[in-house]
Design a protein around this ligand. Structure first.
Ligand code: ATP
Length: 326
């Protein structure tokens, strides 16, 4: 029996988490789901966006399933990632047959450093009208994320790692990152290239197939993964996994989508695929593949919510995925 801490959160979070729990509950794996409060509603009800019981529950669980957090995201998502030291944010970006998009052949993974950069939370108002933010890039964290990316490339049969940076403007922090990446790359027989983040944004839209594994720092990874999600059909499809030595937090890339919250139209795919990454993390790789195949079939047959041109509700699309599970 594996214990899963469930944090539905705000906006569409509870809807996509409900869909994911529904699917996972029908699979031949023993999961015990325990729900915990966090986010804007928790802040209002309990005075804490991330109550102590939630942090403890997340720490003690075998994995965490998270929906979406509203305005208090920094106090919940970023804090959870730091407290549980989930130093990798893995964001697969893949075109699915049947989904209308810019480049259906896209198949890349973004490996984003998850603990530092401008997310270190060091912002100051140093004088009236003058503010600063500190970008923290360490050799330790850069080597750790680079090793994960190269290991991942090797184990998944990928030939190229693209390190994305802005070294021409940020030579000290960018230089630290690239030096660490170079050193780790020497241990692997996987090709490494480095690309400026602005050029990478252009290439992502014009030639997305050239990328296999993107390795980058926290903020660039955040922005590029939304851009890349747009290439394959939008935010509703994109899963993510936050992975560390001892913990895993699984959440869709999208936010609380307040414009569609409560309408029953949110696409549950990103959350369900995050659930499949959770299965893999929990040692259920075969089940994870079966779940991804069921999602693929569902998309291929056009059984989708309105964001992908379909007319199904969240519950109907979830049911369609369930029906396609072997
Ligand atoms: P937040 O402030 O929480 O990040 P947001 O609206 O700024 O919320 P997202 O939640 O990421 O950002 O949504 C961006 C757009 O994509 C919205 O128009 C939203 O409706 C749409 N969207 C996001 N996720 C989904 C989904 N799962 N299904 C359908 N549409 C989605």
């Amino acid at each position: 029996m594996k214990n899963v801490a469930v944090i539905p959160g705000d906006g569409v979070g509870p809807e996509v988490i409900n869909a994911t729990e529904t699917v996972l509950s029908e699979m031949p794996v023993e999961l015990k789901f325990t729900e915990y409060p966090a986010g804007d509603a928790a802040l209002e009800d309990r005075g804490a966006a991330l109550p102590d019981e939630t942090l403890t529950g997340a720490r003690e669980a075998d994995a965490v399933l998270l929906g979406a957090i509203g305005d208090s995201a920094a106090d919940v998502v970023i804090r959870l990632r730091q407290e549980l030291d989930t130093f990798v944010n893995l964001r697969p970006i893949k075109g699915y047959p049947g989904v209308d998009c810019i480049c259906p052949e896209t198949d890349m993974v973004i490996v984003r450093e998850n603990t530092e950069c401008l997310y270190a939370g060091i912002e100051s108002n140093i004088a009236s009208g003058v503010t600063t933010a500190t970008r923290v890039i360490t050799e330790y964290a850069s080597k750790r994320i680079a090793r994960y990316a190269f290991d991942y490339a090797r184990s998944e049969g990928r030939d190229l790692v693209s390190a994305i940076h802005k070294n021409n403007v940020l030579p000290v922090t960018g230089g630290q990152f690239l030096a660490a990446v170079d050193e780790v790359a020497a241990e692997f027989s996987v090709e490494l290239e480095d690309v400026l983040v602005d050029a990478a944004a252009l290439h992502l839209v014009r030639y997305p197939r050239r990328f296999e594994v993107i390795l980058t720092t926290n903020l660039f990874g955040d922005i590029l993964s939304d851009l890349a999600a747009g290439i394959v059909g939008g935010l509703g499809l994109s899963p993510s996994a936050n992975i560390g030595e001892d913990h895993g937090i699984f959440e869709p890339v999208h936010g609380t989508a307040p414009d569609i919250a409560g309408t029953g139209k949110v696409n549950p795919t990103g959350a369900i695929l995050s659930g499949s990454y959770m299965l893999k993390f929990l040692g259920e790789g075969e089940l994870a593949k079966k779940l991804e195949k069921a999602v693929e079939k569902t998309l291929h047959e056009g059984k989708t919510t309105p964001d992908l041109g379909g007319s199904l509700t969240t519950a109907e699309m979830t049911e369609a995925v369930l029906k396609r599970l072997p």
